[in-house]
Structures are given as structure tokens and as C-alpha cells.
Design a protein around this ligand. Structure first.
Ligand code: SF4
Ligand code: SF4
Length: 259
């Protein structure tokens, strides 16, 4: 997902009553990962394009901003610390729709499909410009998702709406397009290059708190601003963190993993 940058909302943001305490070692691990990824991805993309590869992502391209996003709590803290209270309220409202979907979806396919169509677009998306309003603190998945085919293939229902002939044509197109994994039109090496961010986030959480927390982007970004949840995390108390998430109405195994 590539969006035009907006002014950085760094550690403390005007309009925020959230005062992040002592998570710098965790968030810095993520930020270093983001910087390293940007360098690696840029270098890889230059070579890819020199070999004739195409990246179809561009400014105002929003079709992927209604996909579910998985993050670590370390990443969610980076985003949470940059949000204004108004943005955080919109993220929380979105998280509540995510939880409602998690509670009622009968399987993963329905969960993803309903997320895209009913939970809808990320509240950090500026629909008037097609830009990410928090580009500087967007999570890994938003940084490493790039398409080797036109954006219409990224839209919700693109696959479901194809007939058999169109699906065969899609498969052939993907198979002959450099940079894909041969099955989907996303650029696989640019996804793999982000793996060190996941690894360093896991290590930083484990070192700092003795536990890891992973889950839905909007749910964890909301919980990252919840004092009771974070107090339990700081103590390495996974059960207490789960109870705090449940008290906040944001606990469900589909969108929150602690341990
Ligand atoms: S081409 Fe697809 S992956 Fe790239 S920005 Fe557009 S919708 Fe997102
Ligand atoms: S944070 Fe939201 S608006 Fe920004 S790129 Fe990710 S999904 Fe899109």
C-alpha cells in the first residue's frame, strides 16, 4: 500500500491526551525495522523495475485499505502514540466493528469478506484524497503490500466476481508476471523483506514484557491506549491483559493473541 506522506505525527501528537509511558525500546525496534525495510524495499524495487517488473501501486489507490491487518502490539503502540484523540476514537469505533465481525463470522473466509465489505475502509484513510492520514506510522502490512497487476485485482470481491474463464486468465497472468509467488498478484519478495520487522517486534516485546501480543491492527491500537491493558502487559500478565481487553469489550481469539 503506497500513499502520499502526510506530516509526521511523532511520539506525542497535538490533540492527543494519551501520554505514552516507557515503551521506547519496543517502539524504537519497530521504527528501526521500518527504516531498514524502506531501504531494502527501495533497492529491490529499483532492480525489479530495471528487469521490467511493474509496481501498480500509486497515490490515491485505496482498494487494499479495507483488508484485515495483523500487527504486533509493538507496532500498534507506534501508531497509537501518534494519533489524536479524535483519530483514536475513530480507530476504536472501527475496532468495535471488527470485534462484532469476529464474534459472528462462521469461518475465516466470511470474516475476511465481511471485513472488506461491511467493516469497511480503515478510518485512517482520507477518502477525499485517497491518502493515508497516518502514513508515517502505518503498520508493516501497509508498507509491504504491493501489486504486480492493476488495482482492480485488489478490490473486494475481485476473485469471487470472476467467472471460470476469467479465473484461468488471472492464473495465467499471475504465473507469467515477475515478482509474484505464482498464485497471487502481490509482489512476494517485498512481503518477505518485511519479516525482520516481525522478528524484531517479537524479540522486543519478549525482552521488555516477557510476553507477546499480536492481533488486529485497530483492536490493538485501541488497547495500546488502554491503561489497564498496558499495565498488565508491562507486568507480563497475559491473563490480566486478556481480562482488561474483555472489560474493554475487545477480547476475541480471532483478533487478539497473548502469550
Ligand atoms: S495496487 Fe493494490 S496493493 Fe497497490 S495500493 Fe493499489 S490497491 Fe493497494
Ligand atoms: S493505516 Fe489504514 S489508511 Fe493507512 S495505509 Fe494502512 S489501511 Fe490504509
Amino acid at each position: 500500500m503506497t500513499r502520499p506522506p502526510t506530516p509526521p505525527g511523532d511520539f506525542r501528537t497535538a490533540g492527543s491526551t494519551f501520554h505514552p509511558p516507557r515503551y521506547t525500546r519496543v517502539t524504537e525496534a519497530v521504527r528501526r525495522g521500518y527504516d531498514a525495510y524502506a531501504r531494502r524495499a527501495r533497492a529491490w524495487t529499483v532492480g525489479y523495475q530495471e528487469r521490467g517488473g511493474r509496481v501498480h501501486c500509486g497515490a490515491g489507490c485505496v482498494a487494499c485499505c479495507n483488508m484485515p491487518i495483523r500487527v504486533s502490539l509493538a507496532e500498534a503502540l507506534v501508531t497509537a502514540q501518534a494519533l489524536t484523540d479524535e483519530e483514536a476514537a475513530r480507530v476504536e469505533a472501527h475496532a468495535r466493528r471488527v470485534i462484532q465481525n469476529a464474534r459472528t463470522a462462521p469461518d475465516d473466509d466470511v470474516y475476511v469478506e465481511r471485513h472488506r465489505r461491511e467493516v469497511g475502509f480503515c478510518p485512517l484513510l482520507d477518502r477525499s484524497t485517497g491518502g493515508c492520514s497516518r502514513y508515517d506510522v502505518r503498520p508493516t502490512r501497509c508498507r509491504d503490500t504491493f501489486s504486480a497487476l492493476p488495482a482492480r485485482y485488489c478490490e473486494a470481491g475481485a476473485w469471487e466476481n470472476m467467472n471460470r474463464r476469467e479465473r484461468d486468465a488471472y492464473r495465467r497472468e499471475v504465473a507469467r508476471t515477475p515478482g509474484t509467488d505464482g498464485e497471487l498478484h502481490f509482489i512476494a519478495p517485498l512481503e518477505h523483506l518485511s519479516e525482520p520487522i516481525w522478528a524484531s517486534a517479537a524479540k522486543a516485546m519478549r525482552t521488555e514484557w516477557g510476553l507477546e501480543a499480536w492481533g488486529d491492527f485497530w483492536v490493538l491500537t485501541t488497547l495500546a491506549r488502554d491503561p489497564a491493558f498496558m499495565a498488565s502487559v508491562e507486568r507480563g500478565d497475559a491473563r490480566g491483559a486478556w481480562r482488561a481487553a474483555r472489560a474493554a469489550g475487545l477480547a476475541h481469539p480471532t483478533v487478539l493473541e497473548l502469550g
